[in-house]
Each structure stands twice: as C-alpha cells, then as structure tokens.
Write a protein that binds this ligand. Structure first.
Ligand code: ATP
Length: 215
C-alpha cells in the first residue's frame, strides 16, 4: 500500500504561544489548503500578530508545530521562507529613496523580475513613483507594503492587518489582490479587524476558555 499523499497546504497542530510570562493561546489547530484563506480574529493583544510570526518562523512556539505540505515548516527553513510573503506593520522603506528605488531594492533582494512601475500602478501608487518615501501618507505606506507582496510569486501570504489606513477603494483593491492570489492556488492567513469580503475559515483567538482558540 502506498503512503497517503501529504496535505497540500498549511497546517498547525496544537500550537501554543508564550510572550513574556503570558500564555497567549494554546491548542491551535488548523488546516488551510491551496486556494483557501484563514482569517484570524480577536481583540487587541490576543495574539494574531504573534501567530503570524510563529507561522513565518520569526517566533518559536511554546509547543506544537507548523506543517507545510506535510513537513515541519521550520525544519524546511529557507525552502519554506522562499514560499511565503509577510505583510507586517513595519513598512521597511528607506526615507530618502523614491518609491521606485525602494521597490527596486526589494525586488533585487527577493529575486523578482516584475516591472516596478506596473506593480506600483497596481496598488494605486502610479502618481508617486518618484516621491521620496518619507513623504508618503499612512495609506500610501500600506499600499507600498502590498506592492512588496507582488514582487515575486509566493504560495503563502501572511497578512497582518492588510487594510489598515486604507480608503474604501484601497480596501477593495486588497480584496481583489487576495482573491486573485487564492484563485491562482495561493493560501492566505489574514489578521484583520475589518471585514474582507472573501470566503475563508475564521480562527478566533483570546475568547475561548483557558486561551484555547476556536476554529
Ligand atoms: N516580546 C514580547 N514580550 C512580552 N510580551 C509581548 C512581546 N511581544 C508582544 N507581547 C504581548 O503579546 C500580546 C499579543 O500581541 P500580538 O501583537 O500578537 O496581538 P494582536 O492580537 O496582534 O493585537 P492587535 O489586534 O492589537 O494587533 C500583547 O499583549 C503584547 O503586549
């Protein structure tokens, strides 16, 4: 008999996370397949960012494991990191450089081949390509962060509050970008206080008894 095919996606098994002396959550289980989204919900401080960082391997779990296509993600190391793109709260912009030069820097670092101006246009920054990054508004900074996601194909998007500071049109743009990523077989784990009009499972943090998360 052959072995069962590995689950083609992202899984968590009995994940627990500690920050300082506080156990933020424990018993987190989920499975997100290709083409699916998982929404992380919960009040401020419930551990949504921590869970995203834990999936990305930027934080070690107290216990439990993250699996990518059936294998321990953190043992996969660079091979797993090559599959993911992380949109965090830091915008990683060099203030004196123009948006074009900032994004070109990231493209060189990530090894992408896309056209910089086309990507900036896609996130609504076409008029600002020559503007030094220090002059960007909060929403424009968020848009730049989204542009970084598009520099190279990544199967797994980890998105921390992707719609923060965005206007209505920007929020619709985020929904469309994520929708396109999912339609192409990508996976997205999204922390958000806003409603994002896409189908997906919801993981509620910080509400269950004894910090146990509910899917
Ligand atoms: N290095 C650290 N040491 C101790 N506690 C920390 C550390 N980093 C974060 N925390 C705490 O962990 C908790 C969870 O933070 P986290 O950012 O994961 O929450 P969140 O659900 O993303 O919140 P928000 O909705 O406000 O973005 C917070 O109480 C935070 O203060």
């Amino acid at each position: 008999m052959g072995t069962a095919a590995a689950f083609a996606g992202l899984q968590a098994r009995q994940l627990a996370c500690r920050r300082g002396d506080r156990l933020l959550f424990r018993g987190v289980d989920f499975a997100v397949a290709a083409g699916e989204a998982l929404f992380l919900r919960g009040p401020n401080g419930s551990g949504k960012t921590s869970l995203l960082r834990l999936i990305a391997g930027l934080l070690a779990p107290e216990s439990g494991e993250v699996l990518w296509c059936g294998r321990d993600a953190h043992r996969l190391g660079a091979a797993f990191r090559a599959e993911l793109a992380f949109l965090g709260h830091l915008d990683a912009l060099k203030p004196q450089l123009t948006l074009r030069d900032n994004l070109a820097f990231w493209r060189a670092l990530l090894g992408g081949t896309v056209e910089i101006e086309a990507v900036l246009a896609e996130v609504g920054l076409a008029a600002s390509v020559d503007l030094p990054a220090q002059y960007l508004s909060a929403g424009q900074r968020r848009r730049f962060g989204l542009a970084r996601l598009l520099l190279r194909p990544s199967r797994l998007w980890l998105l921390d509050e992707p719609t923060t500071a965005l206007d209505t049109e920007g929020q619709a743009m985020v929904t469309a970008l994520i929708g396109r990523h999912l339609a192409a077989g990508g996976i997205a784990v999204i922390s958000s206080h806003d409603e994002i009009a896409l189908p997906g499972s919801v993981l509620a943090l910080g509400r269950g008894p004894k910090n146990e998360a509910r899917l």
